[in-house]
Design a protein around this ligand. Structure first.
Ligand code: ATP
Ligand code: MG
Ligand code: MG
Ligand code: MG
Length: 423
């Protein structure tokens, strides 16, 4: 992509409403625009990151046998009355009447809709286990929408729902989802801490939250520092079960056996939350099936959420400096940025741009006539992991300078070596 042909409405200055790095950089680097409080338009640059996060989540969900579908944003209030949650949800739930005065809600989550879908198709126990998910916009009328997409009112969630015949099978599904979440976050470059959590309005008996540790996090976390920087394959729930890790409401100092110097007390951003709740919804909403031996059983369920749009902000909170975000390669809007310092290098830059593009590498070339300082600042603010810089000095030696955004390291390559390195 050439910036001259792109839609990249960056802002000159830090917007005054931004109090966190992610909020600032998402607005300033032209990733999002605020449409109305807590509701954002995703501009092309931001959308690229959002899509990459979705792809990673999708791949890891599909890898454990979960199946993607798409539920609507608007749901009939009657389903919520049936499950008994309609009154509990309070002012966070947006309720609207259609022209026939039928009450609809903009889904803050979708347990009821998925139970309804499944109960209407159940013919045999042979259909189970079943693990369905969707990636869909949710609405919660948060009291204090803030920090940009981190606490939006409209936000993108991956939400999944599993249906099993026995509590044991359902817990096994929960464990698989746990592992797939850890893998997905890892692939986004994040070191996420899973902690035991309360179940809240979703209900149930077993729950974990996944947090990105960051000063700007809204939750308090208490965990054994041995949990930090886990890498695959240590993503099984059994690798974590014996280790102390609690969100605020679950932390009981008198029960915590972690030595003081090993206990981490940190702030966290909740990027995922999973629940095992047995037959809470299947019993109230009559989702039953005859088992192999003819006994009628309630389906055993779990539900699994990831804050897809919140993750974009959380990743910036985890990776940025004073010049802008530092995107991990796997979710960066582009992999490489190209700038040429002197205008007479335009055709050289174009040539490089075409060659790199032919390799299938997502590249953004700053081809507008800006000053070198403006180009450097823009590239740093966009936060692409690698920058290729063409200057007269390096061209004399037939070299291309490559800057690694995260570390500031610089390397020089010949064109051939550079293309080989990219490969
Ligand atoms: P929070 O504690 O931050 O209010 P929650 O516990 O109410 O979140 P869940 O019901 O567990 O949220 O929803 C699943 C995931 O959706 C959360 O882990 C979070 O990543 C994301 N999420 C929830 N509310 C918002 C929001 N207002 N804006 C962006 N993402 C959100
Ligand atoms: Mg909430
Ligand atoms: Mg929460
Ligand atoms: Mg939660």
């Amino acid at each position: 992509m050439k910036t001259s042909q792109y839609f990249l409405p960056v802002l000159k200055d830090a917007p005054s409403e931004a109090s966190t790095a992610s909020h600032r950089w998402m607005l300033q680097s032209g990733m999002i625009q605020s449409t109305v409080s807590g509701i954002y338009t995703w501009l092309p640059l931001g959308l690229r990151v959002l899509k990459k996060i979705k792809t990673i989540i999708r791949q890891e969900q599909n890898a454990i046998g979960a199946i993607e579908m798409l539920a609507p944003t608007l749901q009939p209030a009657t389903l919520w009355q049936e499950s008994g949650r309609y009154d509990d949800y309070g002012l966070e739930m947006l309720r609207v009447n259609d022209r026939h005065k039928r009450l609809l809600v903009y889904g803050p989550t979708a347990e009821e809709v998925f139970v309804d879908v499944v109960r209407r198709c159940i013919q045999s126990y042979k259909a189970f286990p079943l693990n369905l998910y969707n990636i869909q916009w949710k609405f919660r009328d948060e009291v204090r929408p803030r920090f940009g997409v981190m606490r939006g009112r409209e936000f993108l969630m991956k939400d999944g729902y599993s249906f099993d015949l026995t509590p044991q099978a359902s817990k096994e599904t929960y464990c698989k989802v746990f592992r797939s979440y850890m893998r997905a976050f890892y692939r986004m470059g994040l070191s996420v801490i899973p902690l035991r959590a309360n179940t809240g309005p979703i209900g149930g008996d077993f729950s974990h939250e996944f947090h990105v540790v960051a000063k700007t996090g809204e939750s308090a976390l208490y965990y054994d520092s041995v949990l930090e920087n886990r890498t695959p394959p240590r993503f099984e729930i059994s690798d974590f079960e014996e280790v102390y890790a609690m969100v605020d409401e679950k932390h009981l100092p008198e029960q915590c056996r972690v030595p003081a110097e090993q206990l981490k007390i940190a702030r966290g951003i909740e990027v995922g939350h999973i629940f095992h709740f047995g037959d809470k919804y299947s019993s109230s909403m009559n989702a039953q099936v005859s088992s192999k031996n003819g006994e009628v059983v309630n389906l055993q369920m779990g539900s699994y959420g990831i804050g897809v749009s919140r993750l974009v902000g959380a990743i910036i909170e985890a990776f940025h400096d004073e010049a802008g975000p530092q995107w991990p390669l796997s979710i960066s809007p582009f992999s490489l940025g190209i700038i040429h310092i002197q205008e007479n290098l335009e055709s050289k830059a174009e040539d490089l741009y075409c060659k790199v593009k032919d390799l299938g590498i997502e590249t953004l070339w700053e081809d507008r006539p800006l000053s070198p300082g403006e180009k450097f600042a823009l590239m740093d603010m966009l936060g692409l992991p690698f920058q290729a810089i063409l200057s007269e000095k390096n061209q004399k030696n037939s070299q291309i300078e490559v800057k690694v955004r995260k570390t500031g390291e610089r390397y020089c390559f010949s064109l051939d070596k550079f293309l080989e390195w990219l490969h």
